[in-house]
Every structure is written in structure tokens, then in C-alpha cells.
Design a binder for this molecule. Structure first.
Ligand SMILES: *Cc1c(COP(=O)(O)O)cnc(C)c1O
Length: 408
């Protein structure tokens, strides 16, 4: 076995099962391995690398800020944080933002805000607040968050979990209304479920949820850590339904592929429940992160990455639908967030290993879905290379299974 892989396996916890490739360098949509083979990255670190690897302008901002002032904690003001928060608030139509680092931390922030808002604004009795989440959700890996998960593997062995969460089916607005009680603080939802296999709800779902939440004085909080910042062809996936949520969680691409940067954003009356000492993070909002976050937003807008995502996403989706392989049971997604569902009798991981050999990096999710979510800077020509590789590996796989899978 490769020595580098052996070393990581020897000293690292086995909480991941990476594909057997050692990456050493990246530029734009490309990454290179330790033998200098080049790959197209169709994973982009689950959307964290929407700007492409080592974006030159972002690297410049990072480097200059690192040489100027990097970390001071929130005990002091810096010249970088306010402008960053103003820019993202104005862009998303939210009134206030609270900076954290990872997505999970920003989700925890949203949960704390929702609960305290329920007690201090809505008037829910102490310790009675409920938060509604969806079956198949993914909001991160802390104990509270895996406690809200429907995924056995995420939860198993990690209990007990904090109470106060209720799970409903994803995509069914009527069920949301039935689940709401006077103690409901918030409904936390992904506009498209990413980790559970790029699950796109019926059109109008989020709009209906927003109306129900408004009617019952429940906060609609959208987790757009993965779907946000252009991934689905709009700045926010909630905009496909013309919805402005009461709370919004961003992360991943906000760090420009260089740093963990996340935010919880909301209306003023929600954010104002936090008073000094209530909540915080040593690294959250540091000037290095704020400078990179601001530049990441500027690049997204100025380089038209959102329009690219919409147009190229539509192109990729259509071409994938035309592949018509008996191994493909569904192709779905919005913008450059696409899932290709593979027939359960063939392993999606094996297909990913075959794609790796063809110079295309991706990873299956939930055993049956191949995720195609490249950096938004990808070109049509590069997508054509990926489509050729897909065609090739599907033909290979079809041959291996000839007769075993019925033509659909
Ligand atoms: C990735 C993700 C998270 C967690 O973000 P981390 O930075 O890994 O903590 C939360 N919600 C969604 C929708 C995600 O895709």
C-alpha cells in the first residue's frame, strides 16, 4: 500500500473511508495526486470549494490578511468583521449575522437562537421549546445535531441526546402544520437535502412551509450550508421558491475553499435574544476569516458564478438524463448540485473507483447516489470530459452486469 495512505490509516481515526488517491496540489477544478496524475474534482469538498482550488484572488486576500492581522478573538473590534457582515446581510436580505467557523457550530447557534427566541419573544414556558426537523436531514455532527438525525449510523453509540426535537417527513408541508404546537420555536430545513442524496422537494414546498410558519409564529430556518452561495443556480436555494427565511445558516463556500467560515443570519428580533456572554467562539469572526469571507462573496458575484451554476447545471442535468443507462434509475438536482441514483444492484462506490481511474473525482452518498457538484468555475468543455468518463464507466459496469439488471 502507498506509504502516505498507510501513515494516515495508522495514526488517523477511521471515521472516513477515502478513495485510494493521495492529493498534493489543486488549481481551479483540477487536483493532482502524488504521481502527478490530474483529476477533475466533481466533489468540491461538499461545496466548500465552489470557487475552485486555490483561487488566486482569494489566496492573495488570505496571504495579505495573514501577514497583517489574523486572530484577535471577539474581545476587540477589528476593521474586517463589520464590513463582511454588512455585505452578506445586504445580499441575503437578513438583518444581522453571527459568525462561527464550521457549519455545525452555525447550526448550533441557530438552535440556541430559536430556543431563546421562543422563551423571550414568543412566550413558550421554560424548557418546553420544540424544534421541528425533517427525516433524512443533515445538519452536522455534534451531539445535539446527530440527536435530530434519522440516520442510525450517525446516532448509534452517541446517546443520550438532548430532547426538544421532532421529526417529520421531508417534502410534505401538511405534515409540518400537523406537527406544530404552541411550543414550536422553529422549523429547520434544507431547501435541497444534500447528504441524504440530493433530495429535491416538490416545487412550492418551501413556500408552503414559510406560510405555515408565519401563520403559527414559528421561525423558518433554512440550512443553506451546502445549497447556498450559488450552488443551486441562485444565491440561495430558498430563492427558487421566493422565500426569505427568518433564519439562515451559511458555511462551506463562504470560506472560499480556504478556511472554515460560517454564519447564522436572521431578523433583528431573533438575533437580539443574544446578550454579551450568551454565546461565542474563539475563532468565529476573526479578521482572516472575515477578509476571506468577504472576498469569497465578491468573487461569487463579480465572476458570475451563480449564473454559471444555473446554466451549466441545466446542461449537465440534461446530458446526464440522455445517458439512458439501465444502471441509472434517476438524475436530479438544481444548478451544479446533481445526484445520479444508481441501481441498487450495482455499487455506486465501485463506479466512483472507476471514475477515479478516468480522472474524475467524486464520492457516493448513501451507497446509491453519485454526487456531481464541481467547483462553479468549471467550463462546459470540462463537463463534457466528465460526461465522456461517465459514459465509459457505465458501459464497463453494464458489461460486468449484463443480464443481471433488467432494461428499464
Ligand atoms: C456540511 C453541512 C453541515 C455541516 O457543516 P460542517 O462544516 O461539516 O460542520 C450542515 N448542514 C448542511 C446542510 C451541510 O451540508
Amino acid at each position: 500500500m502507498n506509504k502516505i495512505i498507510e501513515c494516515e490509516r495508522m495514526y488517523g481515526a477511521q471515521n472516513y473511508q477515502p478513495l485510494p488517491v493521495v492529493l498534493t496540489r489543486g488549481e481551479g477544478v483540477y487536483v493532482w495526486d502524488d504521481a502527478n496524475n490530474r483529476y477533475i474534482d466533481m466533489m468540491s469538498a461538499y461545496s466548500a470549494v465552489s470557487h475552485g482550488h486555490c483561487h488566486p484572488r482569494l489566496v492573495r486576500v488570505l496571504t495579505e490578511q495573514a501577514q497583517t492581522l489574523a486572530v484577535v478573538s471577539r474581545a476587540f473590534y477589528t476593521d474586517k468583521l463589520g464590513v463582511f457582515l454588512q455585505r452578506i446581510c445586504e445580499l441575503t436580505g437578513q438583518e444581522k449575522a453571527l459568525p462561527m467557523n464550521t457549519g455545525a457550530e452555525a447550526v448550533e447557534t441557530a438552535l440556541k437562537a430559536a430556543r431563546k427566541w421562543a422563551y423571550t419573544v414568543k412566550g413558550v414556558s421554560q424548557d418546553q421549546a420544540e424544534i421541528i426537523v425533517c427525516h433524512g436531514n443533515f445538519h452536522g455532527r455534534t451531539i445535539a445535531i446527530v440527536g435530530m438525525s434519522s440516520e442510525q449510523q450517525y446516532r448509534s453509540g452517541f446517546g443520550p441526546f438532548p430532547p426538544g426535537f421532532k421529526q417529520i417527513a421531508y417534502g410534505d408541508a401538511a405534515e409540518l402544520e400537523r406537527a406544530i404546537t404552541p411550543n414550536t420555536a422553529a422549523f429547520l430545513v434544507e431547501p435541497i437535502q444534500g447528504e441524504s442524496g440530493i433530495m429535491v422537494p416538490p416545487p412550492g414546498y418551501l413556500k408552503a412551509c414559510a406560510e405555515i410558519c408565519k401563520k403559527h409564529n414559528v421561525l423558518l430556518i433554512c440550512d443553506e450550508i451546502q445549497t447556498g452561495l450559488g450552488r443551486t443556480g441562485k444565491l440561495l436555494a430558498s430563492q427558487h421558491d421566493n422565500v426569505k427565511p427568518d433564519g439562515l445558516v451559511l458555511g462551506k463556500a463562504l470560506g472560499g475553499g480556504l478556511l472554515p467560515v460560517s454564519l447564522f443570519l436572521s431578523r433583528k428580533d431573533v438575533m437580539d435574544v443574544f446578550t454579551p456572554g450568551d454565546h461565542g467562539s474563539t475563532f468565529g469572526g476573526n479578521p482572516l476569516a472575515a477578509a476571506v469571507g468577504l472576498a469569497a462573496i465578491d468573487v461569487l458575484i463579480e465572476d458570475n458564478l451563480i449564473t454559471r451554476s444555473a446554466e451549466l447545471g441545466e446542461y449537465l442535468l440534461q446530458r446526464l438524463k440522455e445517458l439512458k443507462s439501465p444502471l441509472i434509475t434517476d438524475v436530479r438536482g438544481k444548478g451544479l448540485m446533481i445526484g445520479v441514483e444508481i441501481h441498487p444492484r450495482y455499487s455506486a462506490r465501485t463506479l466512483c473507483l472507476k471514475l477515479l481511474k478516468q480522472g474524475v473525482l467524486t464520492k457516493e452518498t448513501h451507497g446509491t447516489v453519485i454526487r456531481l457538484a464541481p467547483p462553479l468555475v468549471i467550463t462546459k468543455e470540462q463537463l463534457d470530459v466528465v460526461l465522456m468518463a461517465m459514459k465509459h464507466v457505465l458501459a464497463e459496469a453494464e458489461q460486468e452486469t449484463s443480464g443481471a439488471i433488467d432494461q428499464v
